[in-house]
Design a protein around this ligand. Structure first.
Ligand code: TPP
Length: 629
């Protein structure tokens, strides 16, 4: 039988479908999600949870005239299928294919490119303000999850929305989960409401009596009945209405009929900022995802396997456990990424010294600063891309006050399929410009252990970056070794050129040097280890010998290792040293597998070797190739 999904030419077709057809379509979409995402990888549970909500939004509103703004954008797969991208859905998150998030360059139905949490209400409010200034008349609808609502920016936007009073619809997609359960007072409020039989009864009673009264009257009636009947009951409406938003709901996010009716009322009657509260079930309709929505929040591509050994995140978490065992002042902080950063074991073992602050990177950093100011040693584990959020907090609340906060900068460098909003391309740049900050990159798992140990003893702010993926290097347990801050190491000597590398590029540098050796070029390899402070003596010394330097880093070309080395050589008068900097491009890196992107951006050993020979062509003339015996 032909699928309704296949005949959909655009979202406007939804307006003609009967309720039964909508139900069939919802089932087809779920099948498509499960089939495709278990293959490509991606945010399966989040999307399964918004099937009916997305259908209802597209049925009631007129996209792209009305603007749907998805927070994070990880739950926009159904929206993509309904807005002309179904035939490309197979290419989700693949190189050259559909993005796993909303992307302005992909469709006129995506009005804002996103990937980071808590931006939807701000951007939607800006669009609503632009609409009013331009004399336009469309609807703007921000759809935000309860997890993303924990981000301070969402509340900053609500604060302004309540003040401006502009027509804006905020749909709160409340499934009680971020990646793990949502934390904090707002989550508690929502939970109380979800299970408040008194409120539900009041709502049902009001519904029975007044269901024919238009929206404004209907919802204020709920409040009225509840107020009269239950003195002292804290009404959900109060929280939002005190902030200047009209609250409606909560609605069953899997009942298309109820959702469509509610959204139609909102569309017809709303004149100011309105919050539509919808309860959904993460993973809805696929039992494994409903039962374990944490695992199914984001799943890897089929066949991606588990890599060679423990991931860097696992090495980090094991090391942190060891440090916490030895020193009861060491505490761990995550911004809603307990699973991703590997901290579940830490949370179980030391619940009092583990803090999940919600999706609040800024707060996480200043909270850590507060702990450090009282003699604790906070370890803040945040992905490179999300730590960007806390730039000023790192400057103003940590480094300016010389507080010993340790930043475990996970997912540094190319992260792969999550794409341009998630690549860890900038941390070496934005961290190393801050006075007093120590910026290190681990060349392998063992060095990560030693750097963390070193940081915990240093009494200084230290950031240690490490990538997504399996840790290389020796894995057997070893006693920690303190590393002198600002000291690199020579891994191989050579006379023709010196390759200075950081992090996982050190391993690549060794391969490059071996390849060059085969061409008769003698390359030294230095693990720079610290981008700040640089090992100035060592770098001056090796470059003085070779007069040719190559820097290697998986970071943007501006402000990272290469820039630091060039600055050093220039300021120390070594202008006769020629430098070739190899890094990521000065651009946003798209999505695709890590391996493919490294090839595309020529960060693999073969490409680097060719680039070196092109930069220093005299090397091939000077040195006859070594012929195998
Ligand atoms: C600034 C930022 N920090 C962390 C993340 C990682 N992240 C992606 S989705 C997500 C949970 C979002 O929860 P919610 O908004 O409730 O959506 P749900 O998946 O539950 O539908 C997190 C923490 C992010 N995208 N942006």
């Amino acid at each position: 039988m032909p699928r309704i999904l296949d005949s959909l030419s655009g979202p406007s077709v939804l307006k003609q479908l009967s309720s039964t057809e909508l139900e069939v379509l919802a089932a087809e979409i779920r099948d498509e999600l499960i089939r495709t995402v278990t293959n490509t990888g991606g945010h399966l549970a989040s999307n399964l949870g918004v099937v009916e909500l997305t259908l209802a939004l597209h049925r009631v509103f007129d996209s792209p005239r009305d603007k749907l703004i998805w927070d994070v954008g990880h739950q926009s797969y159904v929206h993509k299928m309904l807005t002309g991208r179904k035939d490309l859905f197979f290419s989700l998150r693949q190189f050259g294919g559909l993005s796993g998030f909303t992307d302005k360059s992909e469709s006129p139905h995506d009005h804002f490119t996103s990937g980071h949490a808590s931006t939807s209400i701000s951007s939607a409010l800006g669009i609503a303000a632009a609409r009013d200034l331009a004399g336009d008349d469309f609807h703007v609808i921000a759809i935000i999850g309860d997890g993303s609502l924990t981000g301070g920016m969402a509340f900053e936007a609500i604060n302004q929305a309540g003040h401006l009073g502009k027509r804006l619809i905020v749909v709160l997609n409340d499934n009680g989960m971020a990646i793990s359960p949502s934390v904090g007072a707002v989550a508690r409020w929502s939970n109380r409401l979800r299970f408040s039989s008194r409120y539900q009864k009041a709502k049902e009673k009001a519904h029975r009596i007044f269901h024919r009264i238009p929206f404004g009257g209907w919802f204020s009636t709920v409040a009225g009945v509840a107020k009269r009947k239950f003195k002292g009951l804290v009404l959900p409406t109060m929280f939002w209405e005190d902030l200047g938003l009209t609250y409606v709901g909560p609605f069953n996010g899997h009942d298309s009929g109820e959702l469509i009716r509610a959204l139609e009322q909102v569309k017809k009657n709303c004149t100011g900022p309105t919050l539509v509260h919808v309860y959904t079930t993460k993973g809805k309709g696929y039992l494994p995802a409903e039962e374990d929505c944490i695992t199914f929040h984001g799943i890897p591509p089929n066949g991606s396997g588990n890599g060679k050994g423990p991931t860097y995140s696992a090495v980090f978490a094991d090391t942190l456990l060891r440090l916490m065992e030895r020193n009861d002042r060491v505490v761990a902080i995550t911004a809603a990424m307990k699973e991703g950063t590997g901290l579940c074991g830490v949370a179980d073992r030391y619940p009092d010294r583990f803090f999940d602050v919600g999706i609040c990177e800024q707060h996480a950093v200043t909270f850590a600063a507060g702990l450090a100011s009282r003699g604790f040693v906070p370890v803040v584990a945040i992905y490179s891309t999300f730590l960007q959020r806390a730039f000023d907090q790192i400057i103003h609340d940590v480094c300016l006050q010389e507080l010993p906060v340790i930043f475990a900068v996970d997912r540094a460098g190319i992260v792969g399929e999550d794409g341009k909003t998630h690549q860890g391309a900038f941390d070496l740049s934005y961290l190393s410009l801050i006075p007093g900050m120590v910026v290190a990159a681990a060349k392998d798992g063992r060095e990560l252990e030693d750097l963390l140990y070193t940081a915990s003893k240093s009494g200084r702010p230290v950031a240690i970056r490490y990538p997504r993926g399996s840790a290389s290097g020796p894995l057997e347990p070893h006693e920690f070794e303190e590393i002198e801050i600002g000291k690199g190491e020579v891994l191989k000597s050579g006379q023709d050129l010196a390759i200075l590398a950081v992090g996982t590029m050190v391993e690549t540098a060794m391969k490059v040097a071996a390849g060059l050796e085969n061409s008769g070029v003698s390359a030294a390899v230095v693990n720079a280890r610290f981008v700040k402070p640089l090992d100035s003596d060592l770098i001056r010394e090796v470059s003085g010998v070779t007069k040719r330097v190559v820097t290697l880093e998986e970071n943007a070309p501006v402000g990272g290792l290469g820039a630091a080395v060039m600055g050093l050589l220039h300021s120390s008068g070594q202008d006769d040293v020629r430098v070739k900097c190899i890094a990521l491009p000065d651009d946003f890196v798209e999505h695709g597998s890590q391996q493919l992107l490294r090839l595309k951006y020529r960060l693999d050993a073969g490409s680097i070797r060719r680039e070196i020979m092109a930069a220093f062509p005299e090397l091939s003339l000077e040195k006859p190739a070594i012929k195998p015996a």
